[in-house]
Every structure is written in structure tokens, then in C-alpha cells.
Ligand binder design. Structure first.
Ligand code: MLT
Length: 251
């Protein structure tokens, strides 16, 4: 297995693709997607464009859909949710489809959506992602961070490092054998430095500070937990993610 990390969608190659692409937006889109699926949402459908989200979700009865829209960390007026994973309780999302558009996270998913396997990862479901990679052994794996409007983000990079570190440990291989680009080494080093203080790291992150200014302290605490949900969001059709852990094997 050869692993590459790209810090932002803008840094992700456009002309080639990996066998398995993993989009990461710890604060907060992929944490929200994982939580919604854990709470029994039927699926999560992602959009970069708010108007397109409204149009497509019109075909669903209001009892079967939740519309989530976030820009700049805040809820978009007229939407049911912003982008807080803590809104995604079983009572509110169970059995419904979550239609979601966020500033950066949904763009990361869209930039890799033609890969044969597309997953969404956050710290909260890190182990489920690692287990999938160990079981399926794709030849090439990309982890794509969302960043913030084209810039590097600490929270997505530390999550990439958390996945890479665990993968290397479980595979029992050297860094040289696993890492396809320098970003993998940088991400692992960041994770090793901060693994016991992930909440502190979120407080240093520019988007973490933005969310704290908006009063989202509880979201930071929630999103900085590691391995708490056994959920694996996997793309079933372009832009539509389901929990592959809830699929019953045939036969
Ligand atoms: C994003 O997509 O940029 C983030 O998820 C923003 C947020 O924290 O809501």
C-alpha cells in the first residue's frame, strides 16, 4: 500500500486518482457526516452549491430530509442545521437524508468523487477507516484535507497523521514503505507531537479559533476525540455517502 497526503483540495492532483480516496474535515464536515450516519441517517448527500442542494432536496418530503448549510462557520439562514455534529441526534436525523453544504469539507469530497472508493474520515472514526484499509489493502490511498479556503489546516493534517500512524503500526512496515509523499511524514510527526493533547491543538488551529469565537466550544471537544464511533462513510453514488458498516454481507 502506498499512501499520499494532500493538505487541501487545491494541492490534490487533478489528472490521476487513487484506488481509495479519503476526505477529511475534522472541523467539522466529516465529523458531522460520521455522527449523522451513526445516529441512523439513511444517507448524507453533499453539495458545494447551496442552491443545488435546495433544488435536489425538494424531491424529498420534509419529513424525510434535513438541510444543513454552513458558510464561514455559521448556519445559513433558512436551513434546518448549520454544521454542528452535536445537532445530529438519532431523534433529529434517524431515518432521514442529510443534505449538506459546507465551506470547505464538501469540496474535498467532491474533488475525489470519481475514485473507485471514497471514504470520509475524522478523528472520531479513525479506527474504522484504518480497519477498512487493512482489510481491503488498496494499492494507492490518498488522504485529502479540506483546509480553509485553500490553506493548510492543523486539524485535518493531524487526522491524516493519526490514520497514517495507525496504519504503519498495524502493517508493521517502515515509513519509507508506506509514504508516497513528504506530507505523510509531516502529518505523522504532527500527530506524534499532539496525540495526547488534540483539544489543545484545535485551540491553536485558525478554524478552531473561529469556531470558539462563534461559541462552538463543545464541537471542538467532540471533534477532538479519537476512535469513538465505529462508522465508515462510503460513497455509494457521486456525492451520496452511506455507513458501509451497517451493510449486511450477502450470503
Ligand atoms: C468547512 O467545510 O469548512 C467546515 O466544516 C466549516 C465548519 O466548521 O462548519
Amino acid at each position: 500500500m502506498k499512501l499520499s497526503v494532500f493538505y487541501t483540495p487545491e494541492l490534490t492532483p487533478e489528472t490521476t486518482l487513487a484506488d481509495c480516496a479519503i476526505a477529511v474535515d475534522v472541523l467539522r464536515a466529516t465529523s458531522t457526516i460520521v455522527t449523522a450516519l451513526s445516529s441512523g441517517a439513511e444517507a448524507v448527500q453533499v453539495f458545494s452549491d447551496l442552491d443545488k442542494l435546495l433544488k435536489v432536496s425538494e424531491d424529498w418530503s420534509s419529513a424525510k430530509r434535513i438541510r444543513a448549510g454552513e458558510r464561514g462557520g455559521s448556519k445559513v439562514e433558512g436551513f434546518d442545521f448549520g454544521n454542528s455534529p452535536l445537532d445530529c441526534t438519532p431523534e433529529r436525523v434517524g431515518g432521514k437524508r442529510l443534505f449538506i453544504s459546507t465551506t470547505n469539507g464538501t469540496r474535498a469530497l467532491q474533488c475525489v468523487q470519481t475514485a473507485p472508493t471514497v471514504l470520509a474520515a475524522a478523528l472520531i472514526n479513525r479506527e474504522a477507516v484504518v480497519q477498512h484499509l487493512l482489510q481491503h489493502q488498496p494499492e494507492t490511498v490518498w488522504i485529502v484535507g479540506s483546509g480553509w479556503e485553500g490553506s493548510f489546516s492543523l486539524e485535518d493534517t493531524v487526522c491524516a497523521g493519526a490514520i497514517a500512524h495507525q496504519l504503519q503500526t498495524k502493517l508493521g512496515c517502515s515509513l519509507e514503505e508506506l509514504a508516497e509523499n513528504d506530507e505523510v511524514v509531516g502529518a505523522i510527526a504532527l500527530y506524534q507531537q499532539w496525540q495526547d493533547n488534540l483539544l489543545d491543538l484545535m485551540h491553536h488551529a485558525s478554524h478552531g479559533k473561529r469556531l470558539l469565537r462563534l461559541g462552538c466550544d463543545e464541537d471542538l471537544k467532540y471533534c477532538s476525540q479519537t476512535d469513538v464511533l465505529d462508522v465508515l462513510p462510503m460513497q455509494r453514488e457521486p456525492g451520496v455517502l452511506i455507513n458501509s458498516k451497517s451493510l449486511v454481507p450477502i450470503g
